[in-house]
Design a protein around this ligand. Structure first.
Ligand SMILES: [Zn+2]
Length: 254
């Protein structure tokens, strides 16, 4: 089953897919926010799309167009920011889900590549369970599911986690070098905040990225490379596939 992008299908093709039992949709969520001086603002959107499409290559699902704006106020003070209130993003997810149910979708995976979307996702999940109880919903937490695999790939290359980074470091930069090398300016890549990452995350959440770094980078992008980016992406897709609930890929046999 090849990746079936909703935006590239006609309505009869979608109806046919649903009739054939493809009733699962993956909705990728990104962000439009600074990713240092070397990566594009759409970094998390491209990552979400790539992960969804890698999963869709293995599973009978439809991939919805990515929502390219998330909850990113922790990156306030950097040019280019677009952000939604958590309630707004949750409402967008619920509104889209309601329309999906109307044309036969039975299962929804929301795949966010941006950590700041967490509160909106929790809110959306609660509302979906209340308002659309017939829709099976899976909204996985990226770091819980994929964190270990990412750390393991970095460790093989002797890259410590403060270099891998939380934001625009080696991890995300490697992925963008794999996905959109034309959008990466490695001559602008420089180490940002490289202190202990758990403490950095706490500060980032409480006070924003600006409190940690004037460049917006948490990590060090310099050792990034495209091959490792591909390995990171493949490993995360495999982690999601291994963790996905049995019901998510049931095919209807009506
Ligand atoms: Zn990011």
């Amino acid at each position: 089953m090849n990746a079936q992008r909703l935006a590239e299908l006609s309505w009869p093709e979608v109806a046919q897919a649903v009739a054939a039992g493809i009733t699962t949709v993956i909705l990728p969520l990104g962000a439009t926010e600074q990713h240092g001086p070397h990566l594009p603002l759409g970094t998390d959107t491209w990552r979400a799309v790539a992960l969804a499409e890698r999963l869709a290559e293995r599973l009978p699902v439809l991939v919805a167009p990515a929502i390219p704006i998330g909850c990113s106020d922790e990156h306030g003070g950097f040019a280019g920011l677009l952000s939604l209130e958590a309630e707004t993003l949750a409402a967008v997810i619920v509104d889209c889900a309601r329309r999906m149910v109307a044309w036969g979708v039975q299962r929804l995976m929301v795949l966010s590549a941006h950590g700041g979307n967490g509160r909106a996702l929790a809110l959306a999940e609660m509302r979906l369970r209340q308002e659309l109880p017939a829709l099976a919903v899976w909204i996985p937490d990226a770091m819980t599911i994929c964190g270990e695999a990412v750390r393991a790939i970095a460790a093989e290359a002797d890259i410590p986690f403060n270099v891998v980074g939380l934001h625009a470091g080696e991890w995300e930069t490697s992925e963008l070098l794999c996905l959109h090398p034309e959008q990466v300016c490695m001559d602008q890549a420089a180490p940002g905040h490289t202190g202990e990452m758990d403490a950095a995350l706490a500060t980032l959440v409480a006070k924003g990225t600006r409190a940690l770094t004037s460049t917006g980078v948490v990590g060090d992008p310099r050792p990034a490379n495209a091959n490792r980016g591909e390995r990171y992406l493949a490993a995360q897709a495999a982690c999601y596939e291994a963790a996905l609930p049995q019901w998510l890929i049931q095919t209807n046999t009506a």
